[in-house]
Design a protein around this ligand. Sequence first.
Ligand SMILES: Nc1ncnc2c1ncn2[C@@H]1O[C@H](COP(=O)(O)OP(=O)(O)OP(=O)(O)O)[C@@H](O)[C@H]1O
Ligand SMILES: [Mg+2]
Length: 141
Amino acid sequence: MRSSVVTAASPEETAAAGEALARELGPGDVVALTGALGTGKTCFIQGLARGLGVAAPATSPTFVLVNEYRGRLPVHHVDAYRTASLAELVDVGLLDLMGGDGVTVIEWADRLEPLLPPRTVRVAIEGLGDEPRRVAITRPA
Ligand SMILES: Nc1ncnc2c1ncn2[C@@H]1O[C@H](COP(=O)(O)OP(=O)(O)OP(=O)(O)O)[C@@H](O)[C@H]1O
Ligand SMILES: [Mg+2]
């Protein structure tokens, strides 16, 4: 397991941390984000998507569970905040997405912990409001 921690002093730095992680990602990778409401999960994913060559800014899926972007790899952006059950996520095909060739990034990943593959990259963000964010990234062995 390899871990790293960065401090992000602005939304741009949070996004830059996501953009940096994107350079390590390949087909089939899963990135699980945790952190309280408004810590910067979407902001991090915007940078990550940019790093994967996605042109349009990432927006959190609101009315659907999964947004799709096209970059050098397909990016699936899942937000489990409003998810009622694990079955709902299985029904929309989350396991197939995670088993496919794209990169799957998940906000509120603690809500679907049992579905995450062992190779999942963990991103835990702390800090609220104007505070700097602590972004801890843990990669599988
Ligand atoms: N390092 C930072 N310093 C200050 N503000 C930041 C930092 N990173 C992100 N933010 C700001 O925090 C706010 C919340 O960001 P964002 O929407 O990405 O959070 P989130 O974790 O996705 O929230 P939600 O739980 O609602 O999905 C935004 O206004 C964003 O610009
Ligand atoms: Mg969000």
